[in-house]
Design a protein around this ligand. Structure first.
Ligand code: ZN
Length: 282
């Protein structure tokens, strides 16, 4: 079931869901997670682990089809994380079955260039990493291109090599240096911290696709928690505060890039943080 935000339609296609232990947020304790019983079963499993969904949002605005984030991909050499390593998942089949064949996509936005957001940028064809969306312009944050092209990070540098570099070499990439309107309703807003060039996607002021500004709704209760992989934790914290404040002020629908279950909700401010109210749309 898609979400409808005015005339814009947003469809989620899930690649896979995976549990993460409590220490994904360094400051979190099992008691903190247990105190938020409302997180179970959509966002936390019965064993108190965060459920992390790897998923794509397809935004349809007028005739434009915009893919936001491309998960982990198939056939990639990722020895550090078994669930990302040499997978053969039916993601493209599912994307096509949802009505979005790869050659119908106009724009691909990667909120950032981490391994789990760029995977389906390419696929293996006759032994070559080939752009999956041949008609699309791929939009990447300029600061992320700069940072990750020079990184030796053992998890993310290989993803740059097989899922980002081939798309740049094919001439399909536009580097984003400023907040950018993609259509009359859809705009990219820079939200740095998790990575230097991180971006979120807003639909008017009515909906936001978070990227990794948030990984789990529990961060609404604890906006100060930083996540594993934050390049600049202080900036990430400030950015998260700003996004939550904006979402609360506008009562925007929050679509969490890694939120499992219903995947969406609205935030409201409380004395010591924010309340997240999950919202089912079917
Ligand atoms: Zn991520």
């Amino acid at each position: 079931m898609p979400w409808n935000v005015g005339d814009v339609r947003i469809t989620r296609v899930v690649e896979h869901v995976m549990p993460f232990t409590v220490d994904f947020f360094a400051a979190a304790t099992p008691a903190d997670v247990a105190a938020e019983a409302w997180l179970v079963p959509d966002f936390v499993d019965a064993d108190g682990r965060y459920l992390m969904s790897f998923q794509t949002f397809v935004v349809e605005a007028g005739a434009r089809r915009i893919v936001v984030d491309t998960c982990t991909g198939n056939s990639k050499d990722r020895p550090l994380i078994p669930q990302f390593d040499h997978q053969h998942r039916p993601f493209l089949k599912n994307l096509t079955a949802a009505g979005f064949a790869p050659d119908t996509i106009d724009v691909v936005v990667c909120t950032h260039l981490h391994v789990d957001h760029v995977g389906w940028n390419t696929r293996l064809v006759d032994g070559e990493w080939t752009p999956t969306f041949p008609r699309a312009r791929y939009l990447f944050g300029a600061a992320d291109i700069d940072y990750w092209s020079r990184s030796k990070d053992p998890l993310h540098a290989p993803a740059f090599a097989d899922s980002v570099r081939p798309v740049i070499d094919a001439g399909l990439v536009d580097a984003v240096t400023a907040d950018t309107a993609l259509t009359g309703e859809v705009r990219i807003v820079r939200t740095p911290g998790h990575t230097p060039g991180h971006m979120s996607v807003w639909i008017d002021d009515r909906c936001v696709i978070t990227g990794d500004v948030l990984h789990n709704p529990i961060q609404c209760r604890h906006p100060e928690w930083t996540a594993r992989g934050d390049v600049d934790p202080d900036l990430a914290r400030a950015t998260r505060g700003g996004l939550l404040q904006a979402a609360a002020a506008t009562d925007a629908l929050v679509l969490g890039t890694h939120f499992a279950g219903v995947g969406a909700g609205r935030v409201s401010s409380t004395a010591d943080g924010y309340r997240f109210t999950p919202e089912s749309h079917d």
